[in-house]
Design a protein around this ligand. Structure first.
Ligand code: BES
Ligand code: ZN
Length: 876
């Protein structure tokens, strides 16, 4: 057995409705970093007339000071307290329970529940943090009206916030003041939040479609007030978009966002009081890159969209997590597609899916979008629940059409507003609103693994027909050896030799969604006078792997003429992938650029009319991770070398074109989409130039150095900085120093400084990362900083995966240390070790040894224990 606190499993099939409702909760919190006192008054109501023998309330790490039932002190025989909470014996039908507990916010380094960091009091209650604040039925189907009264010293905490509306405030003795907040919407405890500290607010207003005025407030440290405009503008755009696209209006008079440097996740949708990692709030051109700006836009929108998909309609239990997260990710992706370029957005979304979810779905941590069992729910905020969950919603959108999908969401909100529901309720609303039968679609939610779709097409020049056969299979995953077919929407066009889409039927449609429901099916298209090339899975219409056996000429042709941006990009990716894989098989042989890839890149380089952001996507190579995914055994070093070699070949071959692009795209800094695309493309040109021939590379690093010095924005500065720091032949110590000197007072920028170094494949890389961990600016208590070093280190493939196992051993040592501080972050960071089966035997051994070492750690957290247990059941 492992030395874990508790690794018993919770099963979806064990769900029991609440025996007691909590209709109201009044909290009174006296804030103090060391000793905070929380008094809770709960109005409990038994659902059935049958008497109950006991009632359990969740509670963790609480020191019970007082307990009363209906105003009377409870005798010790009336209740019991243990590590999981409070049990009341012989509870009545209706009663008021009052508890007073003591907690320790400053000692709360796990950042779950109430914590004190950077001088502020903050809460994080999703998924099960509320039980670390008070005794409660801490589960999402327990909806109550919350009233919260906060008391804190006026001097250190002039601002006191909680969900809903501020209904009263006043002064207490001894320099304390108080504020009372009421949230009129019953909510689960995971959406509870309070904040206290010395914060300044950027304020604005939004008028809803029905004419109500909403106060918008973003709370940050005073000095960051000038860095909130992207967040505020994004919020207003998101609010408008949800009205226009989903008919959903904001419901409170006030929407507050608080930014903090100490946060486990990206952001949290607490009702009316979002709490955000500062990374997704603060941006100025000098400190934030274009990617950072886009991240803010999408995360602000995501948390806002939860107000309907998650808060007004919430979850029955945590197995339904994708009901809110998958749907909300789909909504934020569509929002970003509408605000920016749809094609570029889709490429980015699929990149993320393939980088994180496909590997997860192919390894020991694979699980269905709606899992069947868990030990620690925090471990189920996964790429599968989020990214694959969003793809399932997208497929429903594709199958039902835009209007049908909207009918479905309208019905879903109408039926379930104010309730805690299931994924099944969502699918049923989609069915009922469209008189559709989605019974087979439900398999997508229950079955793990990425389906493989194989395509086979035959053109018959005599009969003028094109016959397309599609077949599917899904590999086994842990606990699911046998798989059923799932309905796969495959968006198709057939492209003729003129580069036009052929009519697919007598109605003249030039694009169709074929639904592959069974293991194999054949479609025949009539009246095809010319041969055609199939453009399959357009827009990546389903989360599958596609084997479409086209020759290089056809791919190159599609790369030039396909009007589906995703498939155009995919065609070049396939050509580049093939070339890198050839280099992996025969090290040192990739000396020339394959002609099909050459033509595709050349056409892209010459097309000055194309959207520059899209052009940059077409010109980028598949990541090392993606290449590795395509191999039976991931050849870490060979992939790295082959990819670098191709970069340098492309850099050389188009040297003149890259130089022209680099010079032509120089521009004054602006924030519009076109300027962002131009910067992206220009920095890509710079990176190809730096990777071109060695003797040239020396010159090109001068360009990079110059850009680093002269840049008036972080996008350009960081692009140059990263090239210089990560280039194998360049010594950049002076630049590292310079960067640190300039930005040492900007934590988000210093995170980048740490991360770029931790990813640098320098000869002394491991020693350098060790040095980063003892750098004065490193802080084990701040998750952003820890991720900047340890998270980035796992992406430094040749070092993390060093054949001698030194990277794994070092990494496991750090995870051990982190687990005592922040288990949730430790468990998340440890997941790359779960991919051990994908490497050669020597590495497998080193990786499983690292896992074993972690398994033997004393006081192993439930979070980390579960990850290790599932990653390597053999760990003793
Ligand atoms: N509800 C989550 C935040 C959360 C995640 C709380 C895990 C507790 C545990 C929030 O809506 C969310 O999904 N945040 C994402 C960012 C989002 C844009 C995908 C995050 O924090 O990574
Ligand atoms: Zn979310």
């Amino acid at each position: 057995m492992m030395a874990s606190e508790n690794n018993s499993l919770i099963h979806r099939s064990d769900y029991q409705p609440l025996a007691y409702l909590i209709t109201d909760i009044a909290l009174d919190v006296r804030l103090d970093p060391e000793n905070t006192e929380v008094t809770a008054r709960l109005h409990l109501q038994r659902q059935s007339p049958e008497p109950a023998s006991a009632l359990h309330l969740d509670g963790e790490g609480l020191e019970l000071l007082e307990i009363r039932r209906d105003g009377q002190s409870l005798p010790e025989t009336g209740y019991a307290v243990d590590g999981s909470g409070l049990t009341l014996f012989q509870p009545e039908q209706d009663f008021v329970l009052e508890t007073r507990v003591r907690i320790h916010p400053a000692a709360n380094l796990a950042l779950s529940g109430l914590y004190h960091a950077g001088g502020h009091f903050l809460t994080q209650c999703e998924a099960e943090g509320f039980r670390r604040i008070t005794y409660y039925q801490d589960r999402p189907d327990c909806l109550a009206r919350f009233t919260v009264t906060l008391h804190a010293p006026q001097k250190t905490c002039p601002v006191l916030l909680a969900n809903g509306n501020c209904v009263a405030q006043g002064n207490d003795p001894q320099g304390f003041h108080w504020a009372r907040w009421e949230d009129p919407y019953p909510k689960p405890s995971y959406l509870f939040a309070m904040v206290a500290g010395d914060l300044a607010a950027m304020r604005d207003t939004f008028t809803t479609q029905s004419g109500r005025q909403v106060a918008l407030e973003i709370y940050v440290a005073e000095r960051d007030l000038n860095a909130c405009s992207q967040a505020m503008d994004s919020l207003k755009r998101a609010m408008r978009w949800d009205e226009v696209v989903y008919g959903r209006e904001y419901d409170l008079d006030r929407y507050m966002i608080v930014a903090t440097d100490s946060f486990n996740m990206g952001a949290m949708e607490n009702k009316g009081l979002n709490i955000f990692n500062a990374k997704y709030v603060l941006a100025s051109p000098e400190t934030a890159t274009d990617t950072d700006y886009q991240g803010i836009e999408s995360v602000i929108a995501h948390e806002y969209f939860h107000n309907w998909t998650g808060n007004r309609v919430t979850l029955r239990d945590w197995f339904q997590l994708s009901l809110k997260e998958g749907l909300t990710v789909f909504r934020d992706q569509e929002f970003s597609a509408d605000m920016n370029s749809r094609g570029v957005q889709r490429i980015g979304d699929v990149r993320r899916l393939r980088a994180a979810q496909f590997p997860e779905d192919a390894g020991p941590l694979a699980h269905p979008v709606r899992p069947d069992a868990y030990s620690e729910i925090n471990n189920f905020y996964t790429a599968t629940v989020y990214e694959k969950g969003a793809e399932l919603v997208r497929m429903l959108h594709t199958l039902l059409g835009k209007e049908g999908f909207r009918r479905g969401t309208d019905l879903y909100f109408e039926r379930h507003d104010g309730h805690a529901v299931t994924i099944e309720d969502f699918v049923e609303a989609m069915e009922d609103a469209n008189h559709a039968d989605l019974s087979r679609f439900r398999t997508w939610y229950a079955q793990a693994g990425t389906p493989l779709v194989k395509a086979h097409g035959v053109y018959d020049p005599k009969a003028h027909t094109y016959t397309l056969t599609l077949s599917q299979s899904t590999p086994p995953t842990p606990g699911q050896p046998l798989k059923e077919p799932v309905p796969i929407p495959v968006r198709v066009a057939l492209i003729n030799t003129q580069g036009e889409k052929a009519a697919l039927d007598i109605s003249g449609a030039r694009e169709k969604v074929l639904v592959l429901e069974e293991a194999t099916r054949t479609w025949t298209f009539q009246n095809m006078p010319d041969p055609v090339i199939p453009s399959l899975l357009r827009g990546f219409s389903a989360p599958v792997r596609l084997e479409n056996p086209l020759d290089d000429q056809s791919r190159s042709f599609l790369a030039c003429v396909d009007d589906d941006p995703f498939n155009r990009w995919e065609s070049i990716q396939e050509l580049a992938l093939k070339s890198i894989l050839a280099g992996v098989q025969n090290p040192g042989t990739v000396q020339t650029l394959p002609s099909a890839l050459e033509r595709a890149l050349s056409a892209t380089l010459q097309d000055g009319a194309m959207d520059p952001a899209f052009r940059a996507e077409l010109l980028s190579l598949p990541s090392e991770d993606y290449v590795g995914e395509q191999m039976a055994v991931i050849a870490v070093d060979a992939i790295h070398q082959a990819r670098d070699a191709l970069l340098s070949i492309i850099g050389n071959h188009f040297h003149g074109e890259w130089l022209n692009l680099y010079h032509d795209l120089a521009a004054v800094y602006e924030r519009d989409g076109l300027s962002i695309g131009r910067r992206r493309l220009r920095n890509m040109a710079l990176s190809y130039l730096v990777y071109s021939d060695r003797h040239r590379a020396d010159d090109m690093t001068l360009h990079a150095r110059q850009q680093y010095v002269q840049a008036d924005n972080m996008t350009d500065r960081l692009a140059a900085f990263q090239l210089l720091v990560q280039h194998p032949l360049h010594d950049a110590e002076d630049i590292l120093m310079d960067f640190y000197q300039k930005w040492q007072d900007h934590p988000l920028v210093i995170d980048k400084w740490f991360a770029i170094q931790a990813m640098a494949p320098r000869a002394d890389a491991l020693r350098h990362v060790q040095y980063l961990l003892v750098h004065p600016a490193f802080d084990w208590k701040v998750p952003n900083r820890v991720r900047a070093v340890l998270g980035a280190f796992t992406m430094n493939h040749t070092v993390f995966h060093a054949a001698d196992g030194s990277g794994y051993a070092f990494f496991a040592e750090q995870i051990r240390r982190l687990d005592d501080i922040n288990p949730q972050t430790a468990a998340r960071l440890a997941t790359p070790l779960s991919r051990w089966q994908r490497y050669d035997e020597v590495r497998q051994k080193a990786m499983t040894q690292a896992l074993q070492k972690l398994a033997a750690k004393p006081h192993l957290s439930r979070d980390l224990a579960e990850v290790i247990q599932r990653a390597y059941p053999g760990a003793a």
